[in-house]
Each structure stands twice: as C-alpha cells, then as structure tokens.
Design a protein around this ligand. Structure first.
Ligand code: PLP
Length: 485
C-alpha cells in the first residue's frame, strides 16, 4: 500500500491547468479547438490522474511517477479528450449485421439523388410553402402529393413526421370519441413503446377489440359495429407471424363491410412498399397499391422502412377523409421537415420505374442483391484482410442469414455470406468491441464464437474501412474500447 504522505507528495506533483495549457498552445496545433474544449479536456485529464493516484496501491517508485512523466501522461490524455470532444456523436458506422432496415443503425440509406436534392434544398430558399404559379402561399406537402397519387393510385395524400405519427393523427381526426374496431390478432407492439392500444388511447379513439389472438372472422367485425363505430382498423402484423390454426379477415371483406355500414376502413401497413417482392424470389408483402385498389379509405406506412427513403409517415387514401385529417391540429404538430420532403420526393420518383427503383434505392438493392454478388464482395474482403499478412489473424468466409428488419418479412431468411475475423489471444467479444470502438465503428455479429460481418449490408467502398479497423487492432492489441476505458 502507498502511504498517505507518499500520495500527498504525488498529488502535489500534479501539473496545473495553466502549465498544460501552455504546453498545448506552444507544442500542439490548437487553433481550431474552442478554448472551452481545451480547458475542459485539461481539467478532466488532471482530474483523472488525481483519481488514479488516490486509488492506486502501487508505490510511486514502482510506477516511476515523476513530474515529467505525469505531465506527459496528462498531455496524452488531453489529446485523446480533445479528439473525442471534436468528433460528432452521430456518425457513420459500417453495418455488418445483415439486418437491412436496422432501426438502431438508421434504418434506410438514401439514394444519391435524394441526398443531392436534399443538399440543394437545404442550401437555398425554396418554394416549400409557396405556389410559384399563383405567387401566393402554397401547401407544404403538395410537392409529393402528385407522385404519391400517381404510384399508389390514391385520390389524395398527406405526409407527416413518421408512421407512428400518421397512425395517431388518422385515429384522432377520424375517430376521436368513437369506437375503432381492431382484431385481437393485430394489437401490435412494434418497439419503442408504440402499441396500438396506447396510441388509440392517446388519439381519443375508443378501442373495441374483437375476435381472438389466432382467429377473427368477418362476423366478429359485423357484430361489433354500432352507432358509435368510427373506424374499422387493420394493422399489418409487421414483426411477428401467427401460424397454425389461424384466420383473419382480408381487407377486401372489411371494405365491403365498411361500405355496407358507412364506416371508413383504415389499414396501417407499417413498412409499406410499392414493389411486389414476390416477383424477386421473396415472400409477398402487401403493396400500397393493393390496399388502395382494394378500397381502403386510409392507408398509412413508413418512409424509411421498405420504401428506402427518409423517416416519414405517409398517408394515402380517399380525398374527403384526407381533407378531414389535414384539418386536425395534430397535422401541424407532426409536420414534416423540408429536408425530409426533398429526400422523399426524390426517392418516390424512382418508383415510377420499379426496375430502376430496385437498382438505385440502397434498401431495395441490398434486399434483392444476388448471393453471388455478396459472395464476390466477401471474397474481396477476405483477400484484402489476408493481405495484412499477420500470423495472428485468421479470416474465414461462411454462410449466414440476413434479415429484412424494420418489421418487414419477419420470418424470411435471406441467404447471405459473411467474413469471420479471429485474432490469436483475443476473444470474439474483444474483437467485436474493438471493431465497434474503431474511429469508424464497424458493427458485426458473433456467430459460433467468431466475430463475423454479413456482407449484404456492407458496401464496396466500406471494405477499406473494415481493413483499417482490423489493421489497427493488430497494431495496437491493447488500446481502444475495452469494456470500461
Ligand atoms: C413501424 C411501424 C409503425 C411505426 O412507423 P414509424 O415510421 O417507425 O413511426 C407503425 N405501425 C406498424 C405496423 C409498423 O410496423
């Protein structure tokens, strides 16, 4: 144990803030570092060393601590603190998880054209709410209205901040104080505490559950309809499947029932897509066009799930009911941002030509990429990493299963290829943590005790980033994120 007086002696040797500040300003380029960042970084570095000394059970001699050594340590820590403070908290990551619509990693990557249009609109004034023809005030979401109607076949549309907002808004505007009939098999929770019964309660709609978890019949809906009924709601069971002895009521039948009793029908598609994926060897997800054609009065879906655009809640349907929804005060509260609108319009335009959409919208491209192309990328990464020529490093290629994510195709396995990285003397967990902690974080998976990256969600130009991350780990096996730093 270090004697108390010895610790006191060490603490007295701690460098002062001014001293370190002077060193930083004379020997390091701090011209772009705000003074507050510099000073805070110095304070916290000195404080860190003070805590280390107080906690330490080693003798100063043993640790070879001198004033000079301490100053060096502090300066090194200050540089690290500055680098951290100057790095944005929200930053790019490499998605090696194979989950295409990964909500935690930002869901959808925008097509290049959408980014360019967004940058264009962001950097100057625009006709966001200005009618250029008439020279008068215009309507914010009108820029996507014609294209949405064109590709969905709907009479009218409205876009808001996200689909959760779209559902809340529609329920509020259409069925506040009235009952909304929903099958018990469709009372979904989609994560982030979005649960149909809770959203219903917030909207002022009165939930009327019918049927059972596994089976609901048309008669259940019909029996529940009375003078108080405001809406028949169908919710896409995005993130789960009910299998076995099941039955639900098709939208067609609900639409017939709705018109018989003059009750509007709404379908929350969740993911929502304009593409019939069954034509590309995948399962059939209901398309927006299908729901519109079937006659749903309102259809809601996300902008950034299967659609592959920016975060948005899209509402399409019958003119009369959409006009009513537009008048709700919630519409203003859930207002979509202009950058989102720009990205959304550019993304939607691709859907005029589905083949083009599949080639240009990254989400669709990743979902439908042939296994051979993923395999080729895995091989290229493997060759690159083997080029590191390190006997400690073992690279392997294997089969893996990707997921669509975003509550789409919950049970569908997408066969894919992965690259495994093993490093002698390092556990899979350590590698995972170090890859995650690299300057440009690489997020992978651990399968059979090996750190792997699914190449379906890794772009060609990200292979270099993975290479750099692995190289750094090999060069500095001790540094970086190690649980608690
Ligand atoms: C994802 C989802 C939502 C919410 O959409 P966000 O765009 O994430 O707000 C609502 N309903 C269903 C069925 C969903 O799958």
């Amino acid at each position: 144990m270090v004697k108390t007086e010895n610790k006191q002696h060490l603490l007295r040797m701690l460098p002062g803030v001014d001293h370190i500040l002077e060193i930083m300003q004379t020997h390091h380029d701090c011209s772009n570092i705000p003074k507050s960042v510099l000073v805070n970084s110095i304070r916290s570095a000195i404080e860190g060393l003070r805590t280390d000394i107080l906690k330490s059970s080693q003798d100063a001699e043993e640790k070879k601590l001198s004033e000079g050594v301490m100053t060096k340590q502090v300066v090194k820590k200050v540089q690290k603190n500055i680098a951290e403070a100057m790095t944005p908290n929200l930053r790019r990551t490499v998605n090696g998880t194979g989950v295409v619509v990964h909500t935690n990693l930002g869901r959808s990557i925008l097509p290049k054209e959408a980014i360019e249009h967004m940058a264009d609109i962001a950097s100057s004034y625009s006709n966001l709410e200005f009618d250029i023809q008439k020279g008068t005030r215009g309507i914010r979401y009108s820029c996507v209205d014609d294209i949405l109607c064109e590709i969905s076949g709907a009479e009218s549309s409205l876009v808001v901040n996200n689909n959760a907002g779209a559902v809340l808004l529609c329920l509020e505007a259409v069925s506040r104080g009235r009952s909304v009939i929903v099958s018990r098999g469709e009372l979904v929770e989609i994560g982030g505490s979005f649960r149909i019964p809770d959203v219903m309660a917030k909207s002022g709609g009165i939930l009327k559950e019918i049927g059972t978890t596994n089976r609901t019949h048309l008669k259940d809906y019909e029996d529940a309809i009375d003078d108080e009924t405001g809406l028949l709601l169908k919710v896409h069971t995005s993130n789960y499947n009910i299998v076995g002895f099941t039955s639900d009521v098709a939208l067609t039948e609900l639409v017939e029932l709705g018109s018989k009793y003059s009750v509007p029908v709404m379908e929350d598609l969740g993911s929502g897509t304009f593409i019939d994926f069954s034509r590309y060897g995948m399962k059939k997800e209901p398309t927006v066009q299908d729901s519109v054609k079937t006659g749903a009065d309102i259809v809601t879906f996300s902008g950034d799930k299967l659609l592959g655009g920016p975060q948005a809640g899209i509402i399409v349907g019958k003119m009369k009911i959409i006009e009513k929804i537009k008048k709700s005060p919630l519409t203003r509260a859930l207002r979509i941002d202009k950058l989102t609108l720009a990205a959304l319009e550019a993304t939607l335009r691709f859907y005029r030509d589905p083949e083009r959409a599949l080639k240009t919208i990254p989400t669709l491209k990743m979902l439908t990429e042939p296994l051979s192309a993923i395999d080729a990328r895995a091989k290229r990464l493997s060759v690159m990493l083997n080029g590191l020529n390190n006997s400690n490093l073992k690279i392997s290629i294997g089969n893996i299963t990707s997921r669509a994510g975003g509550g789409a195709f919950p049970m569908m396995d997408l066969p894919s290829m992965c690259v495994g990285v093993e490093i002698g003397g390092m556990s899979a967990n350590d590698i995972e943590m170090r890859m995650r902690g690299s300057n440009w974080p690489v997020i992978g998976r651990i399968e059979d005790d090996i750190f792997v990256m699914d190449l379906r969600t890794v772009a060609e130009d990200e292979l270099n980033i993975i290479y750099d991350a692995v190289e750094k780990i090999l060069q500095e096996p001790q540094s970086g994120l190690q649980g608690q730093d």
